[in-house]
Write a protein that binds this ligand. Structure first.
Ligand code: ADP
Length: 475
């Protein structure tokens, strides 16, 4: 069985056809042979019954004769008629009245009366010849005779023999043809699979844009090749994203390193006074901090991609977290001469969440709002509960975001104004991280903005009752 499963599908199908046809031919052949034999026996039996009826009439015509006279008359009469070559008549006690020459030489086994409650048909070989024998009890005017009449079956046997010969002759031809056609059909059906495998073997990380030849067979193979091509498209997209991410990350890291390098080189070129050294070191420190932040963000995203960052999700009231952030940012606001307000109502805002992760989202949104709003602008952090969801909004009166950029700002490294963002210390990763965290909370994040008229970032997370239901449904 193991060896069978190692064969090619084409070979397996051909062998299966062979086995099925062999079985079908055996059943069909044996069945037909038995039916033919039964029909031939029936014809022979009918002839014997006709002869028995003749004999009955013969005996009835001589019902007054004694056993001896009857014997002589039958012998005289039957000598002429060749059809009566295989007849044997006995009385009820089994004493022979007449027995044809052939049956004298090849006697039939005796039959007793009680075996003949109804006529009996048998197949028997006598002196190497096949026979059909009819044994019957005959009542003639109160006298009982046991009559046995035989008929040769050589012609019938010859017919059966011929039939068997034809079966045995045609069966192997049919078998070979069936398995040959089976093999050819399966090869024909499976050739596209070989082609798919050949192309698939050539696809690697260097030519992920290659696709399997599309099949137009409308069957499972077309579905298979379409599915594989769709899978390749997904892999290619993911692969491109990773490559782009790596390139962007290296690029972003190169800038602070280059700045640190230049700053240190300039400082060392000639001797400087302490304040100049301090200034150089301050710049270096600033760039080092920027780099540390970037690396931290990159690591967070890498962990997000690998699914390695498990959040500590539990029921949590959002208001203390919001207030804590608000406290920190109101100090920044007074330093930058910006207005800052926070509203989070008297009702608890309980969600299933990770406190640190959610604080990080609020910080990212507030950081952006502060970065892209010039004094004397206003920033508002508010939270409310609506329709089973906690809605946290960060609103600013800053520069706003054009409609075409709004869809892209959640992409990694996407910045509307690269130079400005960098100058403000951003690498375009904040919103990507925020979106990932909110998705892990089964929530959503969206922006509404108009250039020059400020922006509103809105985060929605299911509140406890609905959150618990959603969580338990997804676990
Ligand atoms: P960055 O570190 O550059 O701020 P983010 O992913 O947080 O990266 O934001 C992506 C870009 O979206 C920013 O570079 C900026 O162009 C735009 N953006 C985000 N928040 C605001 C906002 N409140 N107002 C205007 N533009 C914003």
């Amino acid at each position: 069985m193991k060896r069978f499963s190692r064969l090619s599908i084409g070979m397996r199908l051909a062998l299966s056809y062979l086995a099925i046809f062999l079985l079908a031919e055996l059943v069909f052949g044996a069945g037909m042979w038995l039916i033919l034999r039964k029909n031939l026996y029936d014809i022979a039996d009918a002839t014997l019954e006709g002869q028995a009826a003749d004999l009955q009439r013969f005996l009835e015509a001589r019902k007054d004769l004694s056993a001896e006279r009857l014997q002589t008359e039958i012998s005289a009469d039957y000598k002429i008629d060749r059809s009566q070559d295989y007849v044997q008549i006995s009385d009820a006690d089994g004493n022979s009245i007449y027995r044809s020459q052939f049956l004298e030489e090849h006697p039939l086994p005796p039959v007793s009366l009680n075996q003949l409650s109804k006529p009996r048909h048998q197949y028997r070989r006598l002196g190497r010849l096949p026979f059909r024998i009819l044994s019957e009890k005959m009542a003639v005017d109160g006298r009982i005779f046991i009559v046995q009449i035989g008929g040769t079956l050589d012609e019938e046997m010859e017919t059966l023999e011929d039939f068997r010969g034809y079966l045995l002759m045609f069966a192997p031809v049919l078998l070979l043809a069936a398995s040959g056609v089976g093999y050819w059909l399966s090869r024909k059906a499976l050739t596209p699979v070989d082609a798919l495998a050949r192309t698939a073997r050539t696809i690697s990380g260097h030519n992920l844009s290659r696709r399997l030849e599309p099949l137009h067979t409308g069957d499972e193979l077309q579905r298979l090749s379409d599915t594989l091509n769709e899978m390749l498209t997904r892999i290619e997209t993911a692969f491109l994203r990773i490559t782009e991410f790596t390139a962007d990350a290296s690029h972003e890291l190169r800038t602070p390193i280059a700045l640190i390098h230049t700053e240190a080189e300039m400082a060392l070129r000639r001797s400087r006074d302490e304040s100049e050294y301090r200034e150089a070191l301050r710049h270096i420190l600033l760039e080092a901090e920027r780099m540390a932040r970037l690396i931290e963000e990159l690591l967070a995203l890498a962990r997000a991609d690998s699914g390695g960052e498990a959040l500590n999700i539990h029921p949590l009231d959002l208001r203390p977290t919001l207030r804590e952030s608000a406290l920190k940012w109101s100090q920044v606001a007074s330093l930058r001469e910006l207005q800052f307000e926070e509203y989070s109502g008297p009702q608890p805002l309980t969600v299933m969440g990770d406190e640190n992760a959610l604080r990080r989202v609020i910080d990212i949104l507030l950081d952006n709002a502060f970065k892209y709003t010039a004094p004397p602008g206003k920033i508002t952090l508010s939270a409310e509960q609506r329709g089973g969801r906690a809605i946290v909004s960060v609103k600013d009166t800053g520069i706003g975001i054009a409609a075409e950029d709004q869809a892209r700002i959640f992409e990694r490294f996407y910045r509307v104004d690269k130079a400005r963002s960098r100058a403000l210390g951003g690498a375009g990763l904040g919103l990507a991280i925020a979106q990932w965290i909110i998705q892990l909370h089964k929530g959503s994040i969206a922006v509404e903005s108009e250039p020059g008229n400020g922006s509103v970032f809105r985060v929605e997370i299911p509140t406890t009752k609905s959150a618990v239901e959603e969580y338990s449904a997804s676990q």
